[in-house]
Design a protein around this ligand. Structure first.
Ligand SMILES: NC(=O)c1ccc[n+]([C@@H]2O[C@H](COP(=O)([O-])OP(=O)(O)OC[C@H]3O[C@@H](n4cnc5c(N)ncnc54)[C@H](O)[C@@H]3O)[C@@H](O)[C@H]2O)c1
Length: 196
């Protein structure tokens, strides 16, 4: 069992003090993004947190308050201008960021229900746009705001393995493994790291 004393010995306190992190993908306390944000907060980072829309806001707002998030904004990556607005606000507030967490995924319900052969091109494209290409859009805006380097995280799960079901393929969005891997190659000169 990891006691507080053991944890303190393993993880130095406040190693992220003075670092700023944008965390995208908190829906509730079970979200992977919430776990990331809480860990960053415990380690001393300052946070910017987004919520999907007005329906999601009441669930996310108490968590953002608990995490003492300095920036709390709506972000639907499918809504034109919202990604840019978040980065603009962060630029005004902090000027730079050190960490980006992209922990979002979506696929239309009808495309999750059938087998892969039933998956529509539109549904597949929407899933890839929200779950994967939005990471590239965010990385493009985040990179110039990491002048001293930084880390960008995206989530995946054995995405490159073959899977018999469209739902599994879409939920595990295999392409999401490719984006961070390719970005990480590009990022060596740019000074940031991209990970999945
Ligand atoms: N839960 C798992 O077992 C698992 C395993 C591997 C990978 N992942 C990946 O981890 C990430 C987070 O999943 P989770 O399990 O925490 O689920 P979750 O439902 O808590 O998080 C998904 C988030 O995506 C957000 N989202 C959906 N559409 C969006 C849009 N258009 N714009 C902005 N945000 C949008 C939702 O608001 C939600 O906050 C996803 O990318 C998921 O594919 C999850």
């Amino acid at each position: 069992m990891i006691t507080t004393e053991t944890k303190d010995a393993i993880i130095p306190h406040q190693v992220l003090k003075g670092k700023q992190a944008l965390v995208v993908g908190i829906a509730n306390e079970h979200s992977i993004a919430y776990g990331c944000a809480r860990a960053f907060h415990e380690l001393g980072a300052e946070l910017a947190v987004t919520y999907l829309n007005d329906k999601a806001k009441p669930y996310v707002e108490p968590l953002a308050q608990e995490l003492e998030a300095q920036v709390f904004m709506p972000l639907n990556v499918s809504t034109a201008g919202e990604v840019e607005a978040v980065f603009e606000r962060i630029k005004q507030h902090w000027g730079a960021i050190d960490i980006l967490v992209h922990s979002i995924a979506f696929a239309p319900k009808k495309d999750l229900e059938g087998g892969l052969l039933e998956c529509s091109a539109e549904g597949f494209a929407q899933a890839m746009d929200i779950s994967t290409h939005s990471f590239i859009r965010m990385a493009r805006l985040a990179a110039p705001m990491m002048p001293e380097g930084g880390c960008m995280f995206a989530m995946t799960y054995y995405g490159a393995l073959a899977t018999p079901y469209a739902s599994e393929l879409l939920e595990k969005h295999s392409i999401s493994m490719v984006a961070p891997t390719s970005l990480s190659k590009q990022s060596i000169d740019a000074g940031f790291h991209a990970m999945a």
